[in-house]
Ligand binder design. Structure first.
Ligand code: KIV
Length: 311
């Protein structure tokens, strides 16, 4: 038994579920969009309680929760399972699931089939795919199948090897111009939003007036319609270096180590558990129980005296 899940907070302000239209409305009213990644039920509940607009089950789960070196090995089964857990924790936030590397690139049919799994099995409201070029066709096919798509340009970690590593993109006039062309093509293909990762702020500023769809930045400066951060980066859940664009709003890794260390100490010294953590039995019941034990074992004092107990 532990903390009871799914308690309803009747004091919480009533919020209306976020849809693709809400995202557009907020853009048009100049209201910043807030997106975070989440990978499980408790983090989804926290994101919901904090009132974020969008939650992304990113393939960053590969590195943040599965301990892998890159996002490349993430599988559809893994991300569907994590998305289902996140879905259970959300009431109003818009749920986007990442299509993992190798699950959509080869054909439109594959892209649609994988996207349908996220919608049918996990309740995702949109899927996100990385890159321009031929991925624009994949995006168009998924949109034509009735599934909202979020594009992702700039640093696209699934193809980081081809980009020369996890580094900022769009730093030459040619690369920045290509990115603008890809962004316009993704918009034209029907994407409902676009993520821009690790690009110069000045490039994002030039791109923003050209786009009608909401743009969410991560390391793209302040001009975008919203921001996204990875859950573990935002909360300082992992030990180690983070990207330049990360701002940590808490240092939970150190707090968790401290808490588990204190728990270990208290178990070892006997300071935990105390009376307040134990269950009582009415004294008369205890007495009857002891009496029935004595009868059962005919006064046996050691466990090995009890019939049937291995010596
Ligand atoms: O996988 C992920 O977390 C992402 C965000 C960085 C946008 O794609």
């Amino acid at each position: 038994m532990s903390a009871s899940p799914r308690t309803v907070d009747h004091e919480a302000p009533v919020r209306v579920p976020v849809t693709v239209n809400t995202l557009l409305d907020k853009k048009h009213h100049g209201e910043k969009l807030v997106m975070v990644t989440a990978y499980d039920y408790p983090s989804a509940c926290v994101a919901e309680a904090a009132g974020v607009d969008l939650v992304l089950v990113g393939d960053s789960a590969a590195t943040t929760v599965l301990g892998l070196d890159s996002t490349v090995p993430a599988t559809t089964d893994e991300l569907v399972m994590l998305s289902r857990a996140v879905r259970r924790g959300l009431r109003t936030a818009f749920l986007v699931s990442d299509l993992p590397f190798g699950s959509y690139e080869a054909s439109d049919v594959e892209a649609v089939k994988t996207s349908q799994r996220f919608v049918k099995e996990a309740g995702a409201q949109a899927v996100k795919l990385e890159g321009g070029g031929v991925m624009v066709d994949r995006a168009r096919a998924i949109v034509a199948a009735g599934i909202p798509v979020v594009g992702h340009l700039g640093l696209t970690p699934q193809t980081a090897t081809a980009l020369g590593g996890l580094r900022a993109q769009g730093k030459s006039a040619e690369k920045a111009t290509q990115m603008v062309a890809d962004a316009l093509a993704l918009q034209d293909a029907g994407c409902c939003a676009l993520v821009l990762e690790a690009i110069p702020a000045a490039v994002a500023e030039e791109l923003m007036p050209l786009l009608d769809i909401p743009v969410i930045g991560i390391g793209a400066g302040a001009s975008t319609d919203g921001q996204v951060l990875v859950w573990h980066d935002l909360l300082g859940l992992l030990d180690g270096r983070t990207a330049k664009f990360v701002k940590q709003y808490a240092g939970l890794h150190d707090q968790m180590v401290e808490a588990v260390t204190r728990y270990a100490e208290e178990v070892r010294t006997g300071a935990f558990p105390t009376r307040e953590h134990t269950y009582a039995i009415p004294p008369e019941e205890l007495q009857r129980f002891q009496g029935s034990l004595a009868q059962l074992h005919g006064g046996a004092h050691r466990a090995s005296d009890v019939q049937g107990y291995p010596a």
